[in-house]
Design a binder for this molecule. Sequence first.
Ligand SMILES: NCc1[nH]cc(CCC(=O)O)c1CC(=O)O
Length: 318
Amino acid sequence: MKKKLTIGTRGSALALWQARYVASVIEERDPAIQVELKIIKTRGDKILDAPLALIGGKGLFTKEIEDALLERSVDLAVHSMKDVPTELPDGLRIAAVMEREDPRDVFISANGQDLEKLPQGSRIGTSSLRRKAFLLNRFPGLDIISIRGNVDTRLRKIETEHLAGIILAAAGVLRLGFQQRITSFLDTGFMIPAIGQGALAIETRMNDPEVESVVRSLNHADTELCVRIERAFLLRMGGGCQVPMAAHCTKKDGAVHVNAAVVHPDGSPLLKETFSGKVENGSIGVELADTLIQRGADAILKTVLSDDWEPGPAMDIV
Ligand SMILES: NCc1[nH]cc(CCC(=O)O)c1CC(=O)O
């Protein structure tokens, strides 16, 4: 009899790809283990059309799967790290972070036009406040349209919503095999990726040594450190607020390089900090957040939260 492990996952094409990938790596490393998937609907899956800001709440794509972990109906959960709140329920932990896929965002154009050459007023679809703010900072004339849905739904919306193009995470597009649709990869100095973008989180119960020993071998140390720095930044900035922010870390030759920014949702002002050096924990993320707050990030936050500012269609922050 093989030992059985059950992965809890959402049912979207991307979530299933990610869960099957983790299952295959586990089974490949230990043929005595058989991995099954259990599909769990989250609140984020049930309300696919409403703006996320109206649905609200932390753990929109993770809560029900975490409940299943705590009830022991699954042994591990696979999430897009980007969707995992900074604070986890008691009794659960991120046991492993897998090697990051390309963390960049991509532009997918309706007819192959360059993002740089789009006429004023061109309609670009994204439901991410971060993508909207960085786009408007560089291309103030664009008309940003809020679109939601899974990757394939959003690709379809280019035609149905008469868009000049959309912005998506490269990771989702590449994993689902849509690379031929990509017009360009956006430079991470201009479009700083979302915290955790492209990385997979494997969540387990605390004090579950059997599962932990299997899962821990999937951890990628450099990605884990980078994600720790990015999430320390997010936590310090106040994770759930409706202010576009971004942090992206890379590690090379023993040193990390971090880009972090807070942007007004209308594109300006944009406050950015960078760091390069050797670090062993996430505290540089906290320091970058503190520097941005000192430089006025909290003023951006206040404008956005004041009654005078009209947010327009509600957006996701990621
Ligand atoms: N919020 C949805 C979501 N969560 C993770 C990804 C992409 C994969 C990843 O970043 O790991 C996406 C789609 C997107 O932003 O285009």
